[in-house]
Ligand binder design. Structure first.
Ligand code: UDX
Length: 421
């Protein structure tokens, strides 16, 4: 199949490379020529393990252009993969989605053959059949579903393991209301042996939000229980090991600690809250999920202050800056509120991360950055923020360690405190 991918950010780059690997020809479109140059030479515009290799291997099936018209004319199906950033009230900003729909619509006007437009970006339920469809119809002056079809095909990719998530998914969700678009997606995914749910487009969009909101809820629940376990002298990980053995519950996403970050969970939960509020049903559970997540990093600070009440002039080592291991992404990383609070308390911060220092430096240019994890150990206290594998190999003997992610090796510190254990 001939596929165009609008937007070469995280979702677009991974999706396009994987479709090329499946034997399709893929045209990447972006307004940023630098990203396209990288793709043309088999290099990924974002950090994701294995993605460079996948792009390199499939270069003969890949092209890249800034010209949306050319890409759409040459392909049968377009995946919208542009960003949906947050508005200040938590709702999502649809300006890039609208611009992409407008651009597609204008080209569809001149296109003779059928075209399927698939929403891959995370958008709240009702967006594709609402504003996207309206914009496409107005721009193309065509009757809905006559010359083009619409579909939703949400992604469930975790950064750091995105390729494995694409090739071995738990399920594929296909939101399609016209048979031709449904068939296009079923053909694209025909080689996958996993449950495939075909449903209405707004249902597909909702599945994505509800999945992320539920996983975020599990984490905040584990953290709330973890705070109680800590006070009771119990190891919350052991408690959740027992809880997760119940097949109705499942053990995943119960790791308590300093909370969730990243480009999806915080944004998606807030967007769902904003949608529910706008619908007149303000959610209580989801609001608490956010509240628990915002307080959780401060527990690490409280534990630190228990041992060093006055942080002024104290050298505090921060191990890990990315929102989780194996990525350079610092979006909504718990390191951000923690470093801010340390600076506010007058601490002298030295930080290390295997990949995320450059990104973190743009937010915090004035803290010290170490060139190795071992260098951070020479501090008055060490805060473990991200569970990078290499931090397990450090010698924490004699150190004051406050652990936000449960690194068993760190427990040999002379003083060791875990947030929820
Ligand atoms: C997530 C979803 O997992 C994925 O399906 C979706 O499409 C995009 O959002 P991602 O943000 O890449 O993926 O990371 P994930 O591995 O889910 O972790 C998110 C955050 O939750 C991280 O900060 C992680 O440290 C935290 N987390 C995760 C916990 O605190 N406890 C857990 O048990 C699991």
């Amino acid at each position: 199949m001939k596929i165009s991918i609008l937007g070469t950010g995280y979702v677009g780059a991974v999706t396009g490379a994987c479709f090329a690997e499946l034997g399709n020809s893929v045209v990447f479109v972006d307004i940023d020529p630098a990203k396209l140059d990288l793709i043309r030479t088999g290099r990924s515009p974002i950090f994701e393990p294995g993605l460079d290799e996948l792009l390199g291997k499939n270069l003969k099936r890949i092209s890249a252009t800034t010209d949306t018209g050319e890409a759409i004319r040459e392909t049968d199906v377009t995946f919208i993969c542009v960003g949906t950033p947050s508005n200040p009230d938590g709702s999502i900003d649809l300006q890039y989605i609208e611009a992409a729909s407008q651009a597609i619509g204008e080209v569809l006007q001149q296109k003779e053959s059928w075209h399927t437009v698939v929403m891959k970006s995370t958008v709240v339920s009702g967006t594709t059949t609402g504003i996207v469809q309206r914009t496409l119809e107005e721009a193309s002056e065509k009757v809905a579903f006559r010359d083009f079809g619409l579909a939703s095909n949400p992604e469930f990719l975790r950064e750091g393991s995105a390729l494995a998530d694409v090739f071995s998914p738990d399920r594929i969700v296909i939101g399609a209301e016209d048979p031709r678009s449904r068939e296009v997606l079923e053909r694209l995914y025909s080689s996958f042996d996993c449950p495939k749910l075909v449903c209405a487009i707004p249902v597909a969009e909702m599945i994505k939000y509800v999945s992320n909101a539920f996983l975020a809820t599990k984490i905040s629940f584990a953290n709330e229980i973890g705070n109680l376990c800590k006070l009771m002298g119990l190891d919350t990980a052991e408690v959740f090991e027992g809880v997760g053995l119940d097949a109705r519950i499942n053990p995943a996403f119960f790791r308590s600690g300093i909370g969730f970050g990243g480009s999806c969970f915080p944004k998606d939960v807030r967007a769902l809250i904003a949608q529910a509020e706008a619908a007149g049903v303000p959610p209580k559970i989801l609001s608490s999920v956010v509240a628990v997540n915002e307080e959780q990093p401060m527990r690490l600070l409280d534990l630190l202050k228990k041992h060093i009440p006055d942080l002024r002039g104290k050298r505090i080592g921060v191990l890990g800056l990315s929102f989780k291991p194996d990525t350079d992404d610092i979006r909504e990383s718990r390191a951000i509120p923690i470093v801010s609070a340390l600076l506010e308390a007058g601490a002298d911060v030295i930080a290390y991360d295997p990949l995320a220092i450059a990104n973190f430096r743009s937010l915090f240019p004035d803290i010290s950055y170490a060139s190795s994890a071992a260098e951070v150990l020479q501090s008055d206290a060490i805060l473990l923020i991200t569970e990078w594998k290499e931090f397990e190999a450090l010698d924490y003997t004699g150190k004051l360690v406050i652990d936000g992610r449960r690194l068993p090796k760190a427990a040999i510190g002379s003083i060791y405190e875990g947030v929820c254990w």
